[in-house]
Design a protein around this ligand. Structure first.
Ligand code: GUN
Ligand code: ZN
Length: 431
């Protein structure tokens, strides 16, 4: 069944960082034709209506129709510990994160949280996430079961930790991490819209043997992405140096085990050395900016301007629950604020691109999601540009779409999400 959605339609013909703001295309009285879960056409509403007179029309009025948000780095098991007070990374992991992740030994709890997590992300207009699970294979099953039931394109992997830096109840081994991950790849990878991601948590919680085993697993399964953390806090980097005394730098602890290459997705990447930057660029690795997390747990300021100018592949993410929000609007606002502190005011078109196309590129899925164009999957978000009195009054003097959109980026929350479509189906709001 085809459907024509009308509204202001935002799409991208290129990357506004590289190609200029004109790479963002706005169709003020636009329409999107969707059929069979896929976008068939985009253009002026009058033309699409005339071309497809039989197709039912859903009018979204003056609301903005965009590709759904893509959150390129999250920990769904940390849903219930979001906004935990007062700690920096290592203490935050030990005090809040690890005890919560232990609870995922219970598959029923994992299912409860996965379900709650997707209710929250969909309410915030996020249609794809790339998640860490816990060490428990059942936590991966719970995530993919819930994603599959909702028809979502989703990515995740079993978090691997075998070092005594992690609590015993959250440890696997080099062998079991490899074998459990391999079983989960066979079960879930490329089933429906799901993708498995090989997921060592980060080098401080893995032995060299485990990183080596996961490097071998990745070599055997090159269609999988590999995700981990890199250079988030200075204390963490010092810790890595003490655990891997012969490594040239943090990245080298991954590189020596075959974990640096196209399809590697590194969360945070704040405190990079020149050699690391050059290698990451050369290998076309993805860097994921998690601005609410970086400010919330006091990590540092990501160099968006410098890294984009150098040509790095960069996505945007909440990093739930180190990040302090499920909302990609709030995440764009934080990216703007971090940019200001680094002396580079990101344009609304750049912020929006990061939350859609940029994240899709970082997950190497930009041929399917993250934009509105014929042939792309119909994962869409519809934005109310006047969702609260504060936002409404701030947009009254707007002279173009960017001025009308920026107050929603800075002040908006789930009330701005008028509708979310997954594979062409409008998702019901969870109660
Ligand atoms: N580094 C290793 N594990 C984590 C995590 O769960 N959250 C964040 N923010 N950083 C990490
Ligand atoms: Zn993380």
């Amino acid at each position: 069944m085809a459907e024509l959605l009308t509204g202001q339609v935002l799409s991208f013909a290129g990357d506004p960082f590289a190609d200029g703001i004109g790479a963002a295309r706005i169709e003020p009285e636009g329409a999107v034709l969707i059929e069979g879960g896929v976008i068939r056409a985009i253009g002026p509403a009058a033309r699409l209506r005339a071309d497809h007179p039989q197709v039912p029309v859903t009018s979204h009025g003056r609301n903005l129709i965009s590709a759904g948000f893509i959150d390129a780095h999250v920990h769904y098991p940390q849903t219930a510990i979001i906004a935990s007070w007062g700690k920096r990374l290592i203490d935050w992991l030990n005090l809040y994160t690890f005890p919560e992740e232990m609870r995922f030994a219970d598959p029923a709890y994992a299912t409860e949280i996965a379900s709650r997590y997707f209710d929250l992300t969909l309410a915030n207009g996020t249609t794809t996430v790339c998640s860490y699970c816990t060490i428990h294979p059942a936590s991966v099953d719970a995530f993919f079961d819930q994603a599959q039931a909702r028809g979502l394109r989703a990515l995740a992997g079993k978090t691997c930790m075998d070092r005594d830096t992690a609590p015993e109840a959250l440890r696997d081994t080099a062998r079991s991490a490899h074998d459990d991950s391999a079983r989960l790849i066979a079960k879930w990878h490329e089933l429906d819209r799901l993708s498995y991601v090989i997921t060592p948590r980060f080098s401080p919680t893995s032995t060299p043997e485990q990183l080596e085993a996961l490097g071998a697993l990745w070599a055997a399964n090159p269609s999988c992405l590999m995700q981990t953390h890199l250079s988030e806090q200075t204390d963490e980097i010092a810790w890595v140096r003490s655990l891997y005394p012969t490594a040239r730098d943090y990245l080298d602890t991954y590189e020596r085990f075959g974990l640096v290459g196209p399809g590697a997705v590194f969360g945070h990447a704040i405190w990079l050395e020149d050699r690391e930057r050059a290698k990451l660029l050369d290998m076309d690795c993805s860097l994921i900016h998690c601005p609410t997390s970086n400010t919330f747990i006091g990590s540092g300021l990501f160099d968006m301007g410098g890294l984009k100018a150098a040509g790095h592949r960069i996505g945007l993410a909440t990093d739930t629950g180190g990040g302090s929000s499920f909302s990609m609007l709030r995440t764009m606002a934080a990216a703007y604020e971090v940019g200001q502190l680094k002396g580079r005011a990101l344009h609304p078109a750049e912020l929006w691109w990061l939350a859609t196309q940029g994240s899709a590129q970082s997950l190497r899925m930009d041929d399917r999601i993250g934009n509105i164009a014929p042939g792309m999957e119909a994962d869409l978000v519809v934005i109310d540009l006047a969702s609260t009195p504060a936002i409404e009054q701030a947009t009254r003097r707007a002279e173009d779409l960017w001025q009308a959109l920026f107050p929603t980026i800075m002040l908006g929350d789930d009330r701005a999400i008028a509708a979310t479509y997954v594979a062409g189906r409008q998702m019901p709001r969870a109660q």
